[in-house]
Design a protein around this ligand. Structure first.
Ligand SMILES: NC(=O)c1ccc[n+]([C@@H]2O[C@H](COP(=O)([O-])OP(=O)(O)OC[C@H]3O[C@@H](n4cnc5c(N)ncnc54)[C@H](O)[C@@H]3O)[C@@H](O)[C@H]2O)c1
Length: 423
């Protein structure tokens, strides 16, 4: 499929998500695209880089060279053109800047950076150097979310009036890693919440105003030694402390108004006790859409006034514009799939293969990534908007938050920027 020479790249960050991206590379490697060639890996913890290189050898027979810094890697392997950054959220801006300074194109895990101001830094540097900067936001790339977007765009439910986006659970457990509970390293509401900010914007377009409040409910969290998503964290959890004292908020409660007039209720509560919930619903003038969630391949359910629910293949008749890109169609079994049934890790790897392939395509053809720096920055700004609204005790506009430290809605993020030395 690829009509260009594969892009030689290095993985930067060899923890849980880095190893999931390695499986994404494996999927791409076994597809017709083969548009990327993994040749090196970098982690400030050299042992993690060596472990990753061992997995790359065992899984795919690759000779991947491990390094402890991007500068060392680039000096030893000047042929490397790009990087796939999966370091922890608080270090994204530092890791991405190091890569850009080494003249490398960048795919970076979400969120693009820890604050809107940190996003501005990396966006400016990528533009100055003429490098591709792409964000590995995976939820919207799930074919089921592509289908829902087409249903909305094609008018299946009429003009959208209301979206409800809810995540509740977590209680007082450490969610995946301790750093996800600290304000300056990417609190869980930011690290996980940004996925939902992106989905809200992906479905319904730009957000105009946000009223919100945030909370830090759980003052102590406990290590339950959970293996985390896909089981990739099992080898790290014994090194985590038994308890931690979080500094980052664990709940967002927000009301949004989109430019098109739609409103949304958004709850991202990682301190929920009792019955956990995740739900995503869009209501319009003719009906509603129940989303099955992300990366599970279950069918969408469409409810139209006065009709029986539609959840089978017939749903495609209401989404004529729905077509997946060629590699997505190859990996998911057709360009208009309405359901799929793969294990989580298989689906996860397919989506990451799409992210890597998009990076290669942008480098070789000059195309713009779907989630470029600006799109990633807007997701980060929307994620923090309820924090800034809560501080001000009023609704904020997304534009106010996008002004970062130059605007009136940056008190919360300004504290982070000061703590990490950006202000
Ligand atoms: N899209 C998703 O579904 C999803 C899921 C999980 C994690 N993530 C994202 O992936 C990123 C990593 O998360 P994780 O769970 O793998 O974290 P992790 O703590 O398991 O791994 C991070 C790794 O980065 C290394 N590192 C830190 N700073 C570095 C630097 N400057 N250069 C090189 N290596 C450095 C650490 O030593 C560690 O090995 C986060 O941004 C997170 O939001 C995304």
């Amino acid at each position: 499929m690829a009509e260009f020479a594969p892009v030689k790249y290095a993985a930067v960050g060899c923890g849980g998500m880095g190893r999931r991206h390695l499986r994404g590379f494996g999927t791409l490697h076994h597809s017709s695209a083969r548009s990327m060639e993994l040749v090196a890996c970098v982690d400030t913890n050299l042992e993690a880089a060596k472990f990753y290189a061992g997995e790359a050898r065992d899984l795919y027979g690759l000779g991947v060279h491990p390094f402890a810094s991007v500068a060392e890697m680039k000096a030893a392997m000047p042929e490397v053109e790009a990087v796939d950054v999966t370091t922890d959220t608080g270090s994204h801006h530092r890791a991405v800047m190091a890569c850009l300074e080494a003249d490398l194109h960048v795919l970076c895990e979400k969120p693009l950076a820890i604050t809107t101001g940190a996003c501005d830094l990396v966006i400016a540097e990528a533009a100055r150097r003429g490098k591709v900067l792409s964000v590995a936001e995976n939820f919207r790339r799930d074919p089921i979310n592509r289908l829902i977007r087409a249903l909305i765009d094609d008018g299946a439910i009429g003009e959208p009036r209301l979206m409800i986006e809810t995540t509740i659970g977590g209680a007082d457990r450490i969610v995946i890693t301790p750093w996800r509970h600290m304000k300056h390293t990417g609190a869980i509401t930011v690290d996980e919440g940004v996925h939902h900010a992106d989905i809200l914007r992906y479905y319904l377009g730009e957000v105009e105003t946000i009223y919100g409040e945030t909370r830090l409910h759980e003052k102590v969290r406990h290590n339950t030694r959970s293996a985390g998503p896909g089981g990739f964290y099992a080898q790290y959890v014994n090194a985590f402390p038994d308890t931690i004292e979080p500094t980052g908020e664990d709940a967002i409660y927000a009301h949004l108004r989109f430019e098109r007039g739609t409103v949304a209720h958004w709850v991202n509560d990682h301190a929920g006790h009792g019955r956990g919930q995740s739900g995503r619903f869009v209501y319009g003038g003719k009906g509603s859409i129940d989303s099955p969630g992300d990366r599970n391949g279950r069918p969408v359910v469409l409810h139209l006034t006065g009709q029986a629910p539609i959840s089978g293949e017939a749903i495609l008749d209401l989404a004529p514009s729905y077509h997946l890109a060629p590699l997505a169609a190859e990996l998911f079994g057709g360009d208009r799939v309405w359901t799929f049934d793969f294990e989580f890790n298989v689906t996860d790897a397919k989506i990451m293969a799409l992210e890597l392939h998009e990076l290669a395509t942008c480098i070789r053809t000059g195309a713009t990534p779907e989630i470029d720096g600006e799109e990633g920055r807007r997701d980060v700004a929307l994620t923090y908007a309820p924090f800034e609204s809560g501080r001000l005790g009023r609704a904020v506009t997304l534009d106010e938050v996008l002004q970062a430290s130059h605007g009136p809605a940056y008190a919360y993020q300004g504290e982070i920027d000061r703590q990490i030395g950006l202000l």
